[in-house]
Design a protein around this ligand. Structure first.
Ligand code: AP5
Length: 271
């Protein structure tokens, strides 16, 4: 079994190197996961990472890692970001974009990436497009997970997260083998501060206002793949793999012959 990735370069910043690097792949997967808080993006990113080899890159995990630092070791912008997060509000675009830009090496990593929680606003999505163009990074697809509100609330209220490796559990739906202990690394499980009902309400409003419109943005780019998240985690994972395989068959992947042909045809029809 492959050693668990530490993702230090993403979680702690470019001054740190990942101890366990993903093997370089000929055609690494480059995906974005979209969806409301609690829909299961982090859970699916973990399963997809195991299957596809790409790194799970969550902006929320960067903030939670910074939360574990002494206040004097955090930048003022990061301390302010943690206050936004605690309330359930989105962190300002400038802070998030600076954080992602300084970690651009993770987007170029030979194992690929699964972006979770970024982008979250139109400004972030446009900035990411610019960044990827300058870095010549081409996305495979944007996975958009959907679930009714009452199910989202129930998933959030029972969630437990490992403070070390960030693995995600649910007290009834996906319990750890030993209570409050992570199956993967033995770390302690905790309940996130922003899973309290008053923060959840703010997060849902922020999602509706700022993040939901991103589905139209990626639909226009021909990248959107919509998946119902109403099934156990493994069932949603199988749906995701089926959707990716169908897309690969019909559309191709950025470096495949089919995708090159599609691009050439699109270019030719422009002139
Ligand atoms: P972030 O960490 O990104 O949180 P989120 O988007 O609100 O998403 P969650 O992590 O809450 O849910 P998830 O979809 O990953 O679900 P999970 O797999 O854990 O962001 C937190 C905060 O950081 C934001 O509010 C904001 O303040 C800030 N932030 C981060 N990025 C930002 C950005 N780009 N711009 C501005 N601010 C930013 O699953 C949830 C639970 O359900 C778990 O218990 C799990 O076990 C269970 N579960 C999962 N799948 C299933 C299933 N299929 N069936 C049953 N249970 C399931």
């Amino acid at each position: 079994m492959e050693a668990k990735r530490d993702r230090s370069a993403w979680l702690k910043g470019p001054a740190f190197q990942c101890e366990v690097k993903p093997p370089t792949r000929a055609r690494p997967w480059k995906l974005i996961l979209l969806g409301a808080p609690g829909v299961g993006k982090g859970t699916q990113a973990g399963l997809l990472s195991d299957r596809l080899g790409a790194c799970h890159l969550s902006t929320g995990d960067i903030f939670r890692t910074a939360k574990g630092l002494q206040e004097c070791d955090r930048s003022p912008a990061m301390s302010a970001a943690l206050e936004y997060m605690k309330r359930g509000d989105l962190v300002p675009d400038t802070t998030v974009l600076e954080m992602v830009r300084e970690r651009v090496g993770c987007l170029r990593c030979g194992g690929g990436f699964l972006l979770d929680g970024f982008p979250r606003t139109l400004a972030q999505a446009e900035a990411l497009q610019d960044l990827m163009e300058t870095q010549q990074i081409v996305l495979d697809a944007v996975l958009s997970y959907e679930l009714p509100l009452e199910e989202l609330i129930s998933r959030l209220s029972g969630r437990r997260t490992c403070e070390q490796c960030k693995a995600v559990y649910h007290v009834t739906g996906r319990p750890s083998k030993r209570e409050s202990v992570c199956d993967q690394c033995g770390g302690k499980l905790f309940q996130r501060e922003d899973d309290r009902p008053e923060s959840v309400r703010v997060r849902m409003e922020a999602y509706e206002k700022s993040t939901a419109p991103l589905t139209d943005f990626y639909k226009r780019l021909g990248l959107l793949v919509t998946i119902s998240a109403q099934a156990p985690a493994n069932g949603v994972f199988e749906r995701t793999m089926t959707a990716l395989q169908a897309r690969e068959k019909h559309v191709g992947r950025p470096d495949s012959g089919k995708a090159r042909l599609r691009r050439r045809t699109a270019d030719a029809t422009k002139h």
